[in-house]
Design a protein around this ligand. Structure first.
Ligand SMILES: *Cc1c(COP(=O)(O)O)cnc(C)c1O
Length: 391
């Protein structure tokens, strides 16, 4: 069985981080490394990327509308609401999987306070067009680079184009831990205000629960164990391939919390391998692009030459999502469901048919660095034998 994902840390990374004794300075070190990599003046760590987003918006302190793509992780509009703002959903374009500049322009109103440029699955969005759309506006421009650590646009790291950016270290992202997120900014005033609200940040719990969770995740995604994991998972529930997910009503207690030092040390441990991690992902994506082009029942995002994605997975759009998913399962390949919902449906506020279509037809091919190129080729050759139901 080929698992849908594999955490990027090794058992040895975990044990090295577990062995740290005394005062752990990993959080400060990780923040400095990020500042250095991104060449930004300020980096803050939080419990997750969503909390980093919440912190930026709280610091901005101008409640109003925040524009964002409707096809996105549900935790993003939740964080926006928790910070006292109103999420506004924009429909996407199915060829880029992101929002078109015209859509943004049409949605810009007096009461828009911020816009999220989302690098979905690590694919840089069209920053030139976005810049042109928002440049003359008095709004905060935030990059949601949660899945895009290391992705580049015209040779420059995404996360570096706007007023502030968020990055995630959650288990399915470019570098994995159990939680963790970063906020990057060059805006001194915003940084000062973030420092101002940091006294409200809750300290995380101990390292043992995180270590055990990370260890458990590494074990259950191990190829030898994965068939058992799969069987257990399917016995518990048969997930729907599309659903209307209910947003959280209220902000959970302890939501505004910091990044645990254990998480920071696990990310630091992997940061030296970042370029190898990214080139492995890009090589796998390249195989998918080459071997899966020309099918009338499958499409993939258009990637301009000046974009170098970080590929946390490789999204494909198919007519028969459930059929293909089950077919691949029978052949020993577990695909990712991606987001099985449109945020616009969850909030019942806007009509975004293409976001809904993406939710109903998208599957993710694995791009984690431990996947070999021959496994990727095998996935392609299995995919090629699939015959969609309606054909
Ligand atoms: C994963 C992800 C998030 C959320 O990151 P957390 O660290 O889990 O809060 C936000 N936006 C996008 C585009 C993501 O992929």
């Amino acid at each position: 069985m080929i698992p849908r994902y594999d955490p990027t840390y090794t058992f040895s990374d975990l044990f090295q981080c577990a062995a740290v004794t005394g005062r752990d300075t990993s959080s400060d070190e990780l923040a400095s490394r990020l500042k250095q990599i991104y060449q930004v003046r300020h980096a803050f760590l939080f419990e997750s990327a969503r909390v980093a987003l919440y912190a930026i918006l709280r610091a901005h302190n101008r409640p109003g509308k925040v524009l964002m793509p409707a096809y996105n992780c549900i935790v993003v509009p939740e964080a926006v609401r928790f910070a006292g703002y109103e999420p506004v959903f924009l429909d996407i374009d199915l060829s880029t999987l992101n929002v078109r500049p015209e859509t943004i322009q049409a949605a810009l109103t007096e009461d828009c306070r911020a816009i999220l440029a989302t690098h979905l699955f690590g694919i840089p969005c069209d920053m030139d067009a976005l810049k042109a759309a928002v440049e003359s506006q008095d709004i905060l421009w935030i990059e949601d680079a949660a899945p895009a650590l290391g992705a580049e646009y015209h040779g420059q790291l995404v996360g570096n184009f706007s007023d502030a950016a968020i990055i995630s270290f959650q288990a399915t992202k470019v570098l994995s831990a159990e939680n963790g997120g970063a906020l990057l900014t060059n805006n001194d005033e915003l940084a000062e205000r973030i420092r101002g609200i940091q006294s409200q940040v809750v300290e995380p719990g101990g390292r043992l629960p995180l270590l055990l969770k990370a260890l458990g995740r590494k074990v259950v995604t191990h190829p030898a164990v994965y068939p058992v994991t799969q069987a257990a998972f399917q016995a518990i529930r048969r997930p729907k391939m599309y659903e209307i997910v209910e947003p959280l009503e209220r902000m959970p207690e302890n939501f505004f919390s910091s990044c645990p030092p254990f998480t920071a040390s696990l990310i630091l441990q992997q940061l030296n391998n970042l370029s190898r991690n990214l080139s492995a992902r890009r090589e796998l994506a390249c195989i998918y692009q080459q071997e899966l082009s020309g099918f009338n029942w499958l499409s993939m995002p258009l990637i301009p030459d000046h974009c170098s994605p970080a590929w946390i997975q490789f999204p494909i759009l198919v007519e028969d999502k459930v059929g293909l998913f089950e077919f691949m399962q029978r052949k020993g390949v577990d695909l990712s469901w991606t987001f099985r919902y449109s945020c616009a449906d969850s909030y019942g506020v806007a009509d975004c048919p293409k976001a809904q279509k993406a939710a109903k037809s998208m599957l993710g091919l694995p791009t984690y660095p431990s996947l070999t190129t021959s496994q990727a080729r095998k996935i392609c050759s299995i995919l090629r034998t699939y015959r969609p139901m309606h054909q």
